[in-house]
Design a protein. Structure first.
Ligand code: GAP
Length: 452
């Protein structure tokens, strides 16, 4: 495969060309580090979310869902530690070009909070200011008149909505510890160094599970959930050699974590975190109890103990793993897989996405577009399959070129309506991965595709 920059460029280009991802506000020159998911992107993103949701709520016992609001009382963020140093970066500003950098991006002797003496601007070599704390939370206003309105924060992690609903969920669902609450939703961070396409952005989606347990069981359950998460990636076909687990030492952990492991993926730009597994101890519930004045302890009827449950958290960004799935599935085949005369000089792109993630499941292709009966029949097939699968109808270009177009977006199967169809009401069904073609009676297509 190409060098790493080239691969990222190709992924970005594929995303735009085939309707996966567009730059936000592109017609206005683009809005930094925000992206829009196009027609195929939204399908694939929904597939990722559905796979995670089903995994959590259907394949694990005692896990229920929640959809909390993005805006919350500001006290939530005081209690969580996000408005204090726990969620801030130390930054310096260049006095010449006015760009800001994290202190650890300044190569030699970065300035400190006490002194600006030290390294120079990594971009222009200018003098730098003293280091200052910069909070990553985004602020907005609630109320009709800005001056009188109260300022609130866009949530920086979805899990706080779960903690503040701990009692509501516990009581309404008559749950007993251990149990889990999972949630998918938007989070916002004023990242200082966004980049690598959708890897680090300022608006993103998280999928988080908060597992409430007896403190005595926390270590065991931490390992359990770490393994469960790894299994999910492997189930979705992510190459094992591209995944690893890194234990985070105490001084580098998030402010709430007693223990933290990062699940990392080998991106073209290096090994990077895709998911965090945290033992948050009683950090969140005890602080919310303190700030809200509510009793958030749990009474265990069997052991007669009363305690703050410990929280084991699994937290992953949808956008980040969207990029991971694309990179992991991306293949280039010089001359194409079918090696037709037409494709010989071309490099075929083949997106071998897991079947549950592929945005399009079926392509319906009339063999030629200038034969009225064929086109009519293909359109009938398309209409009959549309309610069951995400389908694409395509009649433009040679059949080989159309197969390649579908391979480029990872379409699972293609149904070709040809001259024989008009005689015996069968069509060919092509399997993306094996490229085998079988003839199937049109009324049986739905069942056959479901089997695949
Ligand atoms: N509730 C815990 C928490 O938020 P985190 O390690 O800060 O932990 C968890 O974030 C996951 O959220 C990360 O592993 C990553 O997948 C995703 N994430 C965090 N910041 C992100 C960003 N700026 N852009 C995209 N995804 C991000």
């Amino acid at each position: 495969m190409d060098n790493k920059d080239n691969l990222m460029e190709k992924i970005v280009s594929l995303c735009k060309r085939r309707g996966f991802i567009f730059q936000s506000s592109e017609i206005y020159g683009g809005f930094g580090s925000c992206y829009d998911f196009g027609p195929l992107g939204v399908e694939m993103k929904n597939n990722i979310k559905k796979s995670w949701w089903d995994e959590m709520t259907k394949l694990h016992e005692n896990v229920v869902g929640l959809d909390a609001s993005i805006l919350m009382a500001s006290e939530v963020w005081k209690a969580s530690g996000h408005l204090t140093a726990g969620f801030s970066d130390l930054l310096v500003e260049c006095k010449t070009c006015h760009k800001r950098f994290k202190t650890d991006e300044v190569k030699e002797k970065p300035p400190t909070r006490a002194s600006s003496v030290g390294g120079r601007c990594p971009e222009c070599g200018g003098e730098l200011t003293k280091a200052q704390l910069f909070n990553l939370m985004m602020k907005t206003f609630v109320g009709p008149v800005e001056e009188k309105a109260s300022s609130v924060y866009l949530r920086a992690e979805t899990c706080q909505g779960i903690y503040v609903n701990f009692l509501n969920v516990l009581d309404s669902m008559r749950l007993k510890v251990p149990f889990g609450i999972c949630q998918i939703g938007k989070a916002f961070r004023n990242e200082i160094t966004p980049g690598n396409f959708i890897y680090r952005v300022r608006e993103f989606e998280q999928m988080e599970l908060q597992w409430f347990c007896n403190p005595k069981e926390a270590d065991k359950l931490f390992n359990y959930w770490k393994e469960e998460r790894l299994k999910w990636y492997e189930k979705l076909g992510v190459k094992k050699e591209n995944l690893r687990v890194v234990e985070i030492p105490e001084k580098e952990r998030a402010h709430y974590a007693k223990r933290q492991v990062d699940i990392e993926y080998k991106f073209p730009f290096g090994w990077r975190e895709i998911e965090g597994v945290h033992n948050r101890g009683d950090w969140d519930l005890s602080n919310h109890a303190k700030y809200s004045g509510k009793d958030l302890k749990y009474f265990d009827e069997v052991s007669k103990e009363k305690y703050f449950p410990y929280i084991i958290e699994t937290s992953v960004g949808v956008d980040r793993i969207f990029l991971m799935f694309l990179i992991d599935a991306y293949q280039e085949i010089p001359g194409g897989r079918t090696k037709t005369t037409e494709s010989k000089k071309e490099v075929e792109i083949f997106l071998k996405l897991h079947q549950s993630l592929a945005p399009v499941k079926v392509a319906i292709l009339p063999l030629v577009k200038n034969k009225e009966e064929l086109v009519k029949k293909a359109k009938e097939v398309y209409q009959s399959l549309r309610p069951c699968f995400i389908c694409q109808y395509d009649e433009v270009g040679s059949i080989g070129r159309r197969y390649r177009r579908q391979d480029e977006i990872g379409t699972l199967t293609s149904v070709t309506v040809d001259f024989q169809t008009l005689e015996d009401d069968t069509a060919t069904l092509r399997n993306r991965d094996t490229m085998t073609q079988i003839r199937v009676k049109i009324p049986e297509l739905k069942e056959k595709i479901q089997e695949i």
